[in-house]
Design a protein around this ligand. Sequence first.
Ligand SMILES: C[S@@+](CC[C@H](N)C(=O)[O-])C[C@H]1O[C@@H](n2cnc3c(N)ncnc32)[C@H](O)[C@@H]1O
Length: 284
Amino acid sequence: MMTDLDYLSLASAMHRLTEPAVSSAISLLPLVPGSRGLDVACGNGDHSLWLARAAKPDGCVFGIDICKEGLVRAIESAKSAGLKGELAFLQGDVCSIPFPDHIFDWVWCADCLWPGPRSQGFLGMNPLPALEELVRVTRPGGTVALLFWSSQKLLPGHPLLEARLNATLVACYPFQEGWDPRAHILSAPLWMNEAGLMDIRGRTFVADIQGPLSDQAQDDLQLCFQMLWGRAAEELPEKERENFRVLCSNCSADFIAANQYYYGFITYTIFTGRVAAGSLIIAN
Ligand SMILES: C[S@@+](CC[C@H](N)C(=O)[O-])C[C@H]1O[C@@H](n2cnc3c(N)ncnc32)[C@H](O)[C@@H]1O
């Protein structure tokens, strides 16, 4: 999990690496012709764009985010992709979504509901208020989908180094020692049950990263190594820090992603739940 500034500087690279997994997750949405969807915390809008393409013909997608810089990029990419009527963006808070009740057929929310301290830019330890907002704007029978980057194996041949990097406090961020297990993203089915969703399912999709990698993919992977473990490596003894530098830096002669037989993967886990048919609020 990253700060918003980190996110925007890395988003395109991470999305290039993970698009196959995210696209597979998108295929679980009920994208019937004419469906109307919402991408909550849409960031730089890449997912919104893929969602809008998948919702064709006649579907439409709205993306909302609290961060203006992300929305500016999202609007630019939608323009360059030639998507006009079918994709729109506006500024909005996931805790108070600027739409009326029950108007979306599906709502997508990727990597936003990570429980964490508000002081560090998270939504707080309890994801329920935000999740209830997603449920509120979804029609009865519609789908709420939460997506999370859930794991990766990116250092083939170096399982101990990778395990040690992953076991650092920084790599587990924002989750911390002693936290309630329900504050972990894989507890999302519990949250969804508490939010009244039905037919809750989790599925995990893989983005394979296979050599020989293009220069662009190698650069993306180098950014990914830095994002995941740049600070984590500082918690390790010098010998392992050095190993990390040698394997994970694209100026090194032994850069792991330059190996033509490189293979690694990243997983995304999607949790879907259906809004109960009886949940429509009828005003007097
Ligand atoms: C890790 S990024 C994920 C963005 C995008 N969904 C993706 O997967 O690329 C988290 C996003 O949540 C947004 N965000 C944080 N707090 C928010 C809030 N209260 N309401 C709406 N968006 C928020 C940030 O601006 C950022 O774009």
